[in-house]
Design a protein around this ligand. Sequence first.
Ligand code: ADP
Ligand code: ZN
Length: 606
Amino acid sequence: MNPAISARALEQLQTVFGYPAFRGQQGEIVEHVSNGGDALVLMPTGGGKSLCYQIPALLRDGVGVVVSPLIALMQDQVDALAEVGVRAAFLNSTQTFEESMRIERLVRTGEIDLVYVAPERLMTQRCLDLFDAAKIALFAIDEAHCVSQWGHDFRPEYIRLSILHERFPDVPRIALTATADPQTRAEIAMRLQLEDARQFVSSFDRPNIRYQIVEKDNGRKQLLDFITAEHGGDCGIVYCLSRKKVEETAQFLNENGIRAMPYHAGMEHPKRAANQAKFLREENIVMVATIAFGMGIDKPDVRFVCHLDLPKSIEGYYQETGRAGRDGMPASAWMAYGLQDVVLQRRMIDESEADETFKRVLSMKLDAMLGLCETLSCRRVRLLDYFGEPSGPCGNCDSCLIPPVSFDGTVPVQKLLSTIYRVDQRFAAGHVIDVLRGAETDRIKQWHHDSLSVYGIGSERPEAEWRAILRQAIALGLVTVDHDSYSSLKLTDAARPVLKGGQKVQLRQYVKPAKSKRAPSASKGYVESELSKSEQEIFDRLRSWRMGTAREHNVPAYVIFVDATLREIAKAKPRSLDDLRGVSGVGEKKLASYGEEIVALIGEML
Ligand code: ADP
Ligand code: ZN
């Protein structure tokens, strides 16, 4: 420990950023990097990674270089720093040559604290020469999981970042990511030559996020009910697999009174960028998107993230849902999931061009995701366990709030498996279920399936229940879906012991999708103190003041102040600049810029 550094770091935290104390491991990380150490930081989204390199960059001599793949967000990041009085700039392909020259000059003369660069830009000779000639305080490699070839955000340019170590051996490097699985962590350390770096692994729990996974019936309608019941007027993100579904869902929400915009890679760039900017700047708006949207989106007040299609892996799911509630206030992660999702994802793996090893990895990741969907116990325990973190029932997921009922599903599964077998493993789900339920269809007559011994043996259950049982049988690996054009169901080797009667199968009871009700809000993870009526009025007033100010400065509203800070101001009702200084999130620069206005505004209202 170096006490001089600790004291200076805390002073920066308080005067520049306006926060009273470091969170979690932030203090240790800042200390380590400020002293010249290398670090690998794993922290969940919203954990507060940025300060881990911003404060060391301020404390050390020279310019902090932040490598980030998120060109579209650099302007907002730089603007947010300017608001707190940190001199920052970026170098990327969106700016003119003259502008680049100007920034390069600032880097060379050290008249700047932080510079953001895209990895491809950093690798240019010109940029490397510039950094040779300048004094560099540190390299921060943000979104470091982009170096992982198995991951979902792989960026080839990231691989080349290992040269930083060779070329600038004395400059500390800090790599940061919110992707936590041990495999990715090892890959980052190896590829970035950070094996000797100190690793800081935070808890990945996001206690303020409530996880819910419901059976899909009519996905869009369920989504609408969920948003209406629990998140009317809130900001949120809805993920869909295909571009077409993104467009359709956005339109559907709009037709039903929810302001929504589409975002996917097939849209024209200007339109896509405009929608992203609008999402960042406005309240009360829903982004319907493919997974192309979201990395680096640090809008703190996203209240819900929904999935209308099954994600490919828990890493992806966790990162996407992690975009909810970065401000620490209650938020939801909601997903609708059904038989079709399982079939589709399995098929996508089988039909992909990837080699066998890669397919096996994809398949294992999908199995873990299915396990999460089908689990009978706490979702959060399951999620954290995937990232190697033990925990206990959370009290803030659907399994904990309304415990699912399990039942011995051996007999129905046997009925299902025999039916698949009796129709020669040549028919798809719809027909198999029709035979089970003893339906009278043309196809049944045509194939004389009404004369089979299994015909009608499942008439006691409605179709939806059979779909749920089949889905679980597929998730359990007893049944596969063939990729011929018929999507016929086939038995696997694992089906044999179940059919023969030796092995029991435990299933999750099908619950008819009900109209979403606001779930009970008590949870041990999060306690929000309510605002009184007069505080709420002040808060609303502060929000509209913030909206106007953000428009004037052309920055997202949260760059001025986040909701949590405005809430605290509404409660504290500061009558002087000194009172205001004590509020978390109000640093010296913001105090100077906005203090008088806020104190006056409060004065008018009291
Ligand atoms: P990450 O990059 O890990 O997702 P950020 O760096 O964007 O997270 O931080 C998330 C939010 O938490 C931001 O609004 C940030 O200002 C706030 N924050 C970070 N550190 C602290 C702290 N020590 N005290 C209070 N708020 C903090
Ligand atoms: Zn739980």
